[in-house]
Write a protein that binds this ligand. Structure first.
Ligand code: IMP
Ligand code: MG
Length: 177
């Protein structure tokens, strides 16, 4: 099997990703100047986005990860959210930026944001690499969105299909075969 087997087309290229990362690195560096923000990556999907976005910052920050997921039945979300691995950082009084790979139904992020607010974070904002607004169920939107995409199942740049394709350097539309 080759890495690109099952990819129907390229939706977001490496070049487009790199330009947006630079742009949002500047925006966040300005916004969070002197705030020592805590970047919280939602595993596993955000690991590549997280590493790129924090390296685009020109300010100090801290990072931590959480594993949370909505239950998936194949490629369809079933609405429940589970925290599978928690943070090791105390978020109370912190300016938190949640980094997510994609907002689909929004159920995952809605639950995580609520939890971090309850733990006393000073502020919680969301940066998402991709947004699929057509599929939203929860009342949530990102503060920063790099790309808004149509309702297609996509893989690459951290996003998987059954744990495959995360290491693809671009975002591709999965053919389902
Ligand atoms: P939500 O709770 O439905 O917003 O689920 C978001 C999570 O579902 C993301 O963090 C991804 O892990 C996964 N997901 C949603 N859409 C896709 C997709 O098109 N490709 C791969 N994973 C997806
Ligand atoms: Mg995810």
């Amino acid at each position: 099997m080759n890495l690109e087997d099952g990819i129907k087309s390229v939706l977001v290229s490496e070049e487009e990703i790199s330009k947006k990362i630079t742009e949002y690195g500047k925006i966040l560096s300005e916004e969070y100047k002197d705030k020592n923000p805590l970047f919280v990556g939602i595993l596993k999907g955000s690991f590549i986005f997280m590493s790129d976005i924090v390296r685009a910052l020109t300010i100090p920050c801290e990072i931590d990860f959480m594993a949370a997921s909505s239950y998936y039945n194949g490629t369809v979300s079933t609405g429940n959210v589970k925290i599978k691995m928690d943070l090791s950082t105390d978020v109370s009084g912190r300016d938190v930026v949640i980094a997510e790979d994609i907002i689909d139904t929004g159920n995952t992020l809605c639950a995580v944001k609520k939890l971090l607010m309850e733990r006393g974070a000073k502020s919680v904002k969301i940066i998402t690499f991709l947004d699929k607004p057509d599929r939203r169920e929860a009342d949530i939107s990102a503060d920063y969105t790099l790309f808004t995409i149509p309702n297609e199942f996509v893989v690459g740049y951290g996003l998987d299909c059954a744990e495959k394709y995360r290491n693809l350097r671009y975002v591709g539309i999965y053919s389902g075969e």
